[in-house]
Design a protein around this ligand. Sequence first.
Ligand SMILES: Cc1cc2nc3c(=O)[nH]c(=O)nc-3n(C[C@H](O)[C@H](O)[C@H](O)COP(=O)(O)OP(=O)(O)OC[C@H]3O[C@@H](n4cnc5c(N)ncnc54)[C@H](O)[C@@H]3O)c2cc1C
Length: 497
Amino acid sequence: MDSASAPLAAAPHRLGSEYVRDQLVARTVDVNGKTYRPDGEYVLYWMQSTHRLEENWGLRAAIRTANRVNLPLVIHQGLDPTYPFAADRHHTMILQGARDTARHAEQSGLHYQFVLRRRRDDDRRVVDRLAARAYVVVTDLFPTAGIRDRVARLAERVTCRVLAIDSVCTVPSGAFTKAEFAARTIRPKIAKLLDHALEPVAEDMPRVPVSEALRASLRATIAEGGGLAPLPLPDMSDEAIAGEVAACEIDHAVGPVTSVPGGTEAGLARLSAFLRDDLPSYAERRNEASDGHGTSGLSPYLHYGMIPSARVVRDARARGVSAESLDAFVQQVTTWRELSFNWCVRTPGFDQLASLPAWVQRTMAEHADDPRPAWYALDALEAGRTDDRLWNAAQHELVTQGIIHNYPRMLWGKTVLLWTTSYEQARAWLFHLNDKYALDGRDPNSVGGIMWCLGLWDRPWGNKPVWGGIRPMVTSRAKLKFDVEGYVARVRGTRLL
Ligand SMILES: Cc1cc2nc3c(=O)[nH]c(=O)nc-3n(C[C@H](O)[C@H](O)[C@H](O)COP(=O)(O)OP(=O)(O)OC[C@H]3O[C@@H](n4cnc5c(N)ncnc54)[C@H](O)[C@@H]3O)c2cc1C
């Protein structure tokens, strides 16, 4: 294995524990204010949204705590059939990613266990029972995908402290204590802290091993409520993973995307290919949707935390490309991505219309009754059966490839405002379409992207029917931005799975 893909790879230099402590302070939320359990048997890291071992701040915090109190570390990940839009597509990506994590953990001597609940009525209390034996539960800070609510519920039920830690943002999200007004307000703040946040850290390892006796008792605890057992992931083939997915009580109609395999290894390979082939021309080509290049395709890997954003920025800087391309790319990975995270972490009801600024509320009230130029049922939209070829192509790309290229994605989102009976229907249906099919869906960026279509972080743009002051974008003008015919032809060439 080369050093690029080595788990917990040795960093170029070691930064002292004070640096790590300061970073952790700015990344940690104490979810329940309870105390550490004095007779806890281990520190539990409950992996939820950061599906990797490298540059994982939750894992770093858990290892530091375990070493401070001389306890072993248990890393636990689970997968349920009950999350909204649970389907072969998301399950496959997650399981392939977990296989990488399991292999890396084995190589690094870490204890990692993954429990798959195949049926909806399978035992739901594995984490509760593991937490009941823990000194502290450390988990990921993630405002969407149901994770924040799940953590809050567990934190209430258990008797020990629960800490949630941000591994999403390159600059710790705790550095910004209020919802930022717009990209222009967070950009200079991120710029000021970015170099410091990018410092590589040498990873600590747990000092106290997980004994055979503890391993056996963990298996017993997992099995206690209904016979579940950890999956033997390191040895599983893609076929075995497909077999597990087929056995799950989930939507089998939304199939896997074979061109986007899950895992840290695949994510790092995508990163290398992008940096080599497409980063040099990113500034000029990022809107060009016709050839499937131009942008990185990293959003599914960033969404599942399979690769660290700091690594993406560091490696991009090391390529020595033009300042224009480097800055354009780094702005997406830092400013826009972290603005979305900041919005979701700091805003109550972040995915609801009521959270939008006052001018959007006024515009929506004034234009609520404007006649819409067309209306399509949700299933017509889902099947890409509208009178707009470009929109249909974007929807087809979403359904077949689990993604829409960045520029058509903006048009796709904005157009739905014109085809629904209300702003609320547009909002709800966009979340439905995006989160059901997108491999990067249910992310803070999903919220940022969809709410941006409705005016978030923007200023009023005139006063047009239906749009009111919301920035209009229409598919008929897209040919000024990219080769629309080339895009439609490329996307049409992809099979509906
Ligand atoms: C209606 C709508 C829905 C969206 N839904 C999602 C979603 O579900 N998940 C998602 O990750 N992004 C979403 N976006 C934002 C953006 O379209 C994607 O992040 C981007 O197209 C992903 O492709 P890429 O990785 O090739 O991007 P690149 O251009 O290579 O950018 C690199 C990374 O920067 C981040 N990034 C890029 N553009 C944005 C942006 N506008 N806002 C926030 N972060 C950004 C992403 O993490 C991306 O992977 C949505 C945008 C819109 C308009």
